[in-house]
Design a protein around this ligand. Sequence first.
Ligand SMILES: [Zn+2]
Ligand SMILES: [Zn+2]
Length: 293
Amino acid sequence: MSDARAPAPTSDPQLTVQSIGSGSSGNALIVRAGAQAILVDCGLGVREITSALRAHGIRLATLDAILLTHEHSDHIRGLERVLRHEIPVIATPGTHRAARIPLAAQEPIAPHAPVTVGAIECWALSVRHDAAEPCGYFIETPAGNLTVLTDLGSWRDNLTEALRASDLVVVEANHDLAMLRNGPYPAYLKRRVASDNGHLSNADCALALITAFGDGTPLPEIWLAHLSATNNIPSLATEAITTALRRQDLETPVTALPRRAVGPVWRSRSGGAARFRPPPVQLGLGIEEHPRR
Ligand SMILES: [Zn+2]
Ligand SMILES: [Zn+2]
């Protein structure tokens, strides 16, 4: 359930999630569960992050961890200053290296080996993107579960189980394919964005959701993330995905996250969705993928 107000700064047993910004101009997501608060990505200025945290009654210095998806600047821009507070940085070893995270702050994570932050269990979900060792996250808490998947060029079947076990899914809907093809980007950049190591289109995002929930598994609420300012429009993305879901008789609230402003506050109702069981295919590199159109 989303609403525009931040929760009262008390010890709240619920899972609370809010985006501070989403897209190439900067990404950061607040996740609060009980006494713990973490940030997924740190791609905004320290002032924006501090003020968004303050609305939740959280001080920057008391953040329990930062989870990084990868080292691109729109995901780590604010990190250097935030790290003065000695906050542990959970990321894959490749991202730690590429983002030059000080050794003392590194908390490595790998698929199938979750890292626990108080009552929060964080699972890395490997994705394809043109970064050193990118990943998404499945975040499991006693009050509910969340999947965060931005910056991925293609959908892998290893991600589907995480969606099905989530109460809220934050997933990339970067571009409309026709807008990208006909838009102003130079050819090399169009190829990069549309490649398997680039970004997920509206259509790919819809297909992933239909594949995950087409069997009648209850849908989580969906937040669309990392929308391109040039090759997408929030209403177009929302409409494309809602319409594709409705064609399969699937209904759920779908919200496009603002690029340069805080998004709505999501709070879990009670309890979580089904428990996440990472599929064994994550162990190997020979991962099945949906055929691209
Ligand atoms: Zn990005
Ligand atoms: Zn990226």
